[in-house]
Design a protein around this ligand. Structure first.
Ligand code: CA
Length: 187
């Protein structure tokens, strides 16, 4: 079973900005954050999974992202080619990020084609203020750092269960990033 972020959520975001988007029957609660919500799941791209042919870039991390005491797996993949065990990058790749429950249910939070860009994913332990109640496990967060030659962005994923995830935009800023660091090893 595969689920993506509700399209109704995007409509609610468009109308209400960063405010709580509950007016369209959205049952998920907006994260308590001053940052705006964004929908980064493009419907142009079919769901892909780690290890799938043609998706040579795949990394995963475990964490309790919904705070229910059971770990899920977060996965980031890109449809880069593979040649003799080495990842071959083209000018552009589709990048996808999803959270997978132990039963295999996947919730996609990111699907984007990036031209000359990349996404770095990290798992963050939640701060104490994020704990829903004393004694409850604090949910981990997924941080996504996205860079393309003209923009640098940072996102935080809030996952509350299968089919329920929201992404807040911590930073989306236009830059000219074409001047690269050079050296060894090649980053
Ligand atoms: Ca969990």
């Amino acid at each position: 079973m595969q689920r993506t972020i509700s399209r109704a959520l995007l409509a609610a975001i468009t109308v209400a900005g960063a405010a709580c988007g509950g007016e369209d029957g959205d049952t998920t609660s907006a994260p308590s954050t001053p940052y705006p919500l964004v929908d980064l799941v493009s419907t142009r791209h079919d769901d892909a999974v780690i290890g799938q042919a043609g998706w040579a870039h795949g990394q995963s991390a475990t964490g309790d992202f919904d705070g229910d005491g059971t770990p899920e797996r977060a996965v980031i993949i890109a449809n880069a080619e593979d040649y003799r065990g080495r990842v071959l990058w083209n000018d552009g790749q589709i990048w996808q990020v999803y959270i997978e429950e132990p039963d295999g249910t996947r919730t996609y939070v990111y699907k984007q084609f990036l031209q000359l860009g990349s996404v770095l994913a990290r798992v963050s332990r939640a701060e104490a203020t994020d704990r829903p109640a004393a004694g409850n496990p604090a949910p981990s967060r997924i941080l996504l750092l996205e860079q393309v030659p003209q923009r640098f962005s940072a996102y935080e994923v809030h996952y509350t269960g299968p089919g329920n995830a929201q992404v807040v935009s911590l930073l989306q800023r236009d830059y000219d990033l074409r001047s690269l660091f050079q050296g060894t090893p090649d980053p």
